[in-house]
Design a protein around this ligand. Structure first.
Ligand SMILES: Cc1cc2nc3c(=O)[nH]c(=O)nc-3n(C[C@H](O)[C@H](O)[C@H](O)COP(=O)(O)OP(=O)(O)OC[C@H]3O[C@@H](n4cnc5c(N)ncnc54)[C@H](O)[C@@H]3O)c2cc1C
Length: 1009
């Protein structure tokens, strides 16, 4: 411990004593001064503001309708200082709000009830740029636009581009899951952040990493609006600047035509980088401002359409888009002639919010999302609502995503009253929700919209969110009062937030004494250290159950194993799901791996036909003190650590309906038991697909794929499954049916529980239904296969991965090559490179790749047009053998190269892995290995230990997927969870306190996860 830290701790102890002495009688001011002094000691005098006039700036954010003056503003300079500050606040039970640049538009960065604002703006360094792996590590106070500017010389940029990017911070973007003009094609902030260092409200520091084993805590942190902790550092993806860009401006004399053109472009299988709309009011405002770009002021609407990619084929795409725009009534379509004109057009779009001040002095910015196909009717209704309330409405928005920004313009001086504006705003929200939309696509809920949240989420949904929040922030000190309204009715939600209910009532009935702040009174009435989320009587029982259940995981497992043989259990389950829904697993699923580890002959499979039945089964399971393994097709029941004895398998095999597919919205919903193959077949009929390629031999269900969260080789080009889940229904351990997300492609309402459940391997809930965003099927795909020695393929593959735009670059080991019937010589591996996109683009990229491979690397090459079967064989490889070892590694791509050499050595080592086969994605750093189990398991364990050490030393992970029981007993499946262990356990305890779902899947030490 360094001297400075010791000093602060001593000082804090002294201050605390003086604080306690004066507590009873001292006036508020003195108590506050003691706290402020303590904060000054940590960050320095110059980094704390506490004078009323200094605080004025911090009493609101970009939405001035909400004002809450903080007690003080603290500017930490490092993660460690932030941690010390939060530790002090936690000790004193003082709440706080993180703040970036304060450009938020939902009142999120306000410290209500005189909490402390933690302002990150001075932590704005770019700590590291790794051009080879296309990553940057930054402090979160960095202004968004500065990052792209800094990495532009390397031909890279940071994709998320909110219109506020010259001012807003990376931390604020992470907290809000900010979107931007280019997120139609590239996704929002959550798709571009791969790691975050976070200080939790008790001062502890955790590193959240999308690639590390365990729950996707990063996924649920992004978009948590500063209520889970303070992100102080972030690791973000950098993307190559596209070599070719075309920007089209189409003008319309009818807003309806413009909205219909938006859907038509998507339905035609195009995915522009950006597709934005501005209506006449906005056009006029912009043209009268410094952002004027020559937009036609007599147009009722303009669309800005941007296409990007490689040169080959981009003009065809632009022509196709222009033709569609004209077919749908565009008066003219013009293409930006140069970069200058393009920049001007985007400056006009990004400056639109600022320019509306020219219409009227006051404006309320709304943010809602609707399914793209409903845009015309919803847009028309927003104008009708404006007219009904006699308010001027202007619209500028991300049309491609259906993300509307109706701006309600008003003038308080001319007697417009705020109440009327609010009512119009609410009607607009309700209209969007009725159309199947969401209350916010990018600005967040914050203070402003928490009362709208019940429009889209039930009490059960919100209570689950509160439980996850309580896992991150048990004391409820982190940005309280935001996002989730106080639950009113009955159920778990009330139990979770009992304290909040009393707080809210105090607020609702007004201060009890003049000048007193009711929230503060309630906070002060709480015993020090007690949580705002502290669970009520029911929760105390639940906690007790949790503690005891944690110690009794094994007992419970063996109890389940014995009890499922009980005729009564079988009978009662049959009553719930019908006789056809209950059977011995061994009758139908002779999977040796499962039998090996779980005792298939004893296991009982329960197959509910609906979410309601699943809920009743879970209630029964809890009542009977049993445990279950949720499953899809049951191809991978032994994944991770063994859940030995949880011999009741809850399967989605009877939930096989594709609920809906909306091609114009690029969205589809399926029950969890639909196989991925059936789903893709249905989508293909409309020229679309779900761009994921996990391990699958045709049996995998969408529920199972998402529960494991794994992508395949084409994750390089399309991203991981987590990026495509936009909505989910699940049954929790206590039988509650919850929904997360929705059915629109952009949505930041509430916490992103879809991410948390994706990859949670059935330990948090039984997923019953999933909604995905889709992609148009590529016009053309082509795979180049090169054979040669592994070393030369690695070099060539890295070049192609970094210089071209392939969707997969996979090296396949010699044995696997021969099983896939690829024509290679003895001792050779194969390099598979897939290109997908427009025909011209694919043909041109393929030709260049062949040239490079042949001329520079002397590899033998071939190309496959009908390449589906090739990639299908690779996906099926891990499931080919039942008595096998299968594991995977995730590393930075440059580190994977050295790892492949170790694997090559292992190929000759039959004592540890028999007939080892592997394939490795050298573009994104994944490797999967499969082998037959050796005669003696110790050798395999030793080899795995050595390889895991190496992977972890390189900052990556090695996860054992399947293995015989003797190996799993000695080798933990997951490895090091790092600093997130406690957080993972808390999330599990909150959502499954009795440890009913897949007990022991993640931890083998008798803990509950
Ligand atoms: C003119 C204008 C245009 C805009 N355009 C867009 C747009 O196109 N797309 C879009 O998504 N948004 C847009 N916004 C909204 C806003 O800019 C974004 O929400 C942005 O992400 C906020 O960043 P900030 O640094 O200003 O955060 P703040 O406003 O300071 O904070 C926003 C939220 O993040 C939390 N927070 C901030 N920093 C951290 C941190 N380090 N750790 C944890 N929590 C933190 C705060 O507590 C708060 O809840 C716009 C705003 C304006 C004024």
């Amino acid at each position: 411990m360094n001297n400075r830290v010791v000093y602060h701790q001593l000082l804090r102890a002294a201050l605390k004593d003086s604080f306690k002495l004066t507590m009873a009688s001292a006036p508020q001011q003195i108590r506050e001064d003691a706290l402020i002094e303590e904060l000054r000691e940590i960050v320095g005098d110059e980094n704390v503001l506490s004078e009323p006039e200094e605080l004025l700036v911090y009493e609101c954010d970009g939405l001035p309708q909400h004002k809450h003056p903080p007690r003080a503003v603290v500017f930490p300079n490092s993660t460690e200082e932030t941690s010390e500050v939060l530790e002090v606040l936690s000790d004193e039970g003082v709440s706080f709000a993180p703040r970036g640049a304060g450009t938020g538009l939902s009142g999120g960065a306000l410290a209500i009830n005189r909490g402390v604002v933690i302002e990150l703006a001075r932590m704005r360094k770019i700590l590291r740029v790794d051009t080879e792996n296309r990553l940057a590590v930054v402090q979160t106070g960095l202004v968004n636009a500065q990052l792209s500017r800094a990495v532009a010389p390397y031909g890279l940029y940071y994709v998320p581009d909110p219109s506020s990017q010259p001012a807003c911070t990376i931390g604020g973007n992470i907290a809000e899951n900010a979107g931007g003009i280019h997120c139609l094609k590239y996704g929002t902030t959550t798709d571009h952040v791969v790691g975050a260092r976070v200080v939790l409200s008790d001062g502890s520091i955790v590193d959240l990493d999308v690639n590390s084993p365990g729950y996707d805590l990063l996924g649920v942190f992004v978009g948590s609006e500063g209520t889970f902790g303070i992100a102080t550092e972030a690791t973000v993806k950098l993307t190559p600047i596209p070599p070719a860009v075309r920007t089209l401006l189409a003008d319309f004399t009818d807003v309806d035509d413009a909205s219909r053109a938006v859907s038509a472009i998507i339905a035609a299988g195009m995915l522009p980088a950006a597709l934005e709309m501005m209506d006449n009011a906005i056009i006029r405002a912009v043209e009268a401002s410094v952002f004027a770009a020559g937009l036609p002021i007599d147009a009722e609407a303009v669309l800005l359409v941007e296409l990007d990619g490689i040169d080959a084929g981009i003009d065809d795409e632009a022509e196709k888009a222009a033709a569609i725009l004209k077919e749908h009534g565009a008066r003219s379509v013009r293409s930006a002639t140069d970069e200058n004109e393009r920049k001007k057009l985007w400056a006009a779009r990004k400056g639109a919010f600022g320019a509306v001040g020219r219409l009227l002095p006051d404006v309320m910015i709304q943010d809602a999302v609707v399914p793209r196909s409903r845009l015309p009717e919803v847009l028309a209704e927003t104008y009708r609502i404006g007219a009904r309330y006699n308010l001027q409405l202007a619209n500028v928005f991300h049309a491609g995503d259906g993300n509307l920004h109706p701006l309600i313009c008003f003038d308080l001086r001319r007697g417009d009253d705020l109440e009327r504006v609010r009512q119009a705003g609410r009607e607009i929200m309700e209209t969007c929700v009725r159309a199947g939309g969401s209350i916010t696509g990018e600005h967040g809920v914050g203070l402003d919209k928490s009362s709208y949240l019940p429009l889209i989420f039930s009490e059960a949904d919100m209570s689950a969110m509160l439980q996850v929040r309580a896992a991150f922030d048990p004391k409820g000190l982190c940005n309280p009062g935001k996002i989730i309204p106080t639950p009113q009715g009955c159920g778990e939600a009330r139990a979770v937030a009992t304290r909040s209910v009393s707080v809210s009532r105090a607020v609702a009935t007004g201060p009890s004494r003049p000048g007193a702040d009711p929230m503060n009174e309630t906070l002060e009435a709480l015993p020090r250290g007690q949580s705002l989320f502290a669970h009520s009587a029911g929760d105390a029982t639940r906690m007790a159950i949790t503690a005891s259940s944690r110690n009794s995981t094994e007992q419970k497992q063996s109890l389940t194993a014995t009890r499922v043989n009980d005729a009564r259990i079988k009978r009662e389950l049959s009553l719930l799901v019908g006789a056809e829904g209950v059977r011995r697993l061994s009758d139908t699923n002779p999977s040796a791996a499962f039998g090996n580890n779980l005792g298939a002959e004893r296991a009982l499979e329960v197959a509910p036909a609906s979410a309601q039945q699943a809920s009743e089964v879970m209630e029964f399971v809890v009542r009977e003190n049993l445990a279950v393994n949720p499953a899809g097709a049951g191809t991978w029941l032994d994944v991770g650590n063994s859940t030995t004895g949880a011999a009741l398998v809850l399967t989605a095999r009877r939930m096989k309906t594709i609920v809906r597919h909306e091609p114009a919205d690029l969205v589809a919903t399926a029950e969890a038991g639909v196989t991925l193959v059936d789903f893709q077949t249905q989508l293909a009929q409309a020229g679309q697909w779900l761009p994921i390629d996990p391990s699958d031999d045709g049996r995998a269900t969408v529920g199972g794929v998402i529960a494991s969260g794994l992508g395949g080789p084409q994750s390089l080009g399309f991203g991981l499954p987590r990026s495509f889940v936009i909505g989910m229904r699940a049954v929790l351990a206590d039988g509650r049916q919850i929904k997360a997300g929705g059915k629109v492609v952009k949505n930041v309402a509430g916490y992103d529980l879809c991410k948390l459940f994706t990859g949670s391997y059935g330990t948090l809930g039984f997923v019953t239904e999933l909604t995905f965003k889709l992609r148009p099927l590529p016009e053309e795909t082509r795979t180049v296969v090169a054979c040669g020695p592994v070393g030369s393929l690695i070099v060539a593959g890295r070049k192609i991965a970094t210089q071209f735009f392939p969707v997969a670059v996979e090296i396949v080991s010699e044995r696997l090559v021969s099983e896939m019937k690829i024509d290679a010589k003895r001792g050779e591996c194969a390099l598979l490179i897939r290109f997908a996109g427009s025909s011209r683009g694919v043909i041109s990229q393929t030709a260049q790749a062949l040239k490079l491979l042949r001329e520079e690397h002397n590899n033998r090459c071939d190309t496959f047009d009908e390449d589906e079967r090739l990639w299908g064989k690779l996906s099926a490889a891990p499931l080919q053998f039942s008595e096998h070892i299968s594991w995977r590694v995730k590393l930075r791509p440059t580190d994977l190269v050295s790892f492949i050499n170790d694997i090559a050595e292992l190929e000759a080592d039959d004592a540890s892995h028999v007939s080892l086969r592997w394939h490795a994605g050298i573009g994104d750093g994944h490797l999967r290995a499969m082998a037959r189990a050796p005669m003696y398991h110790r050798e395999a364990v030793r080899a795995l230990e050595r390889l895991r050490r190496k992977a972890e030393n390189l900052g990556g992970s090695l996860i054992l997927e399947s293995a015989p029981m003797e190996i799993k007993r000695e080798f933990d499946a997951w490895g090091d969870f790092g600093s997130t262990v406690e957080l993972m356990k808390r999330v599990k305890q909150e959502l499954d306190p009795q440890n009913v779902l897949s007990p022991g899947r993640f931890f083998t030490d008798g803990e509950s996860v």
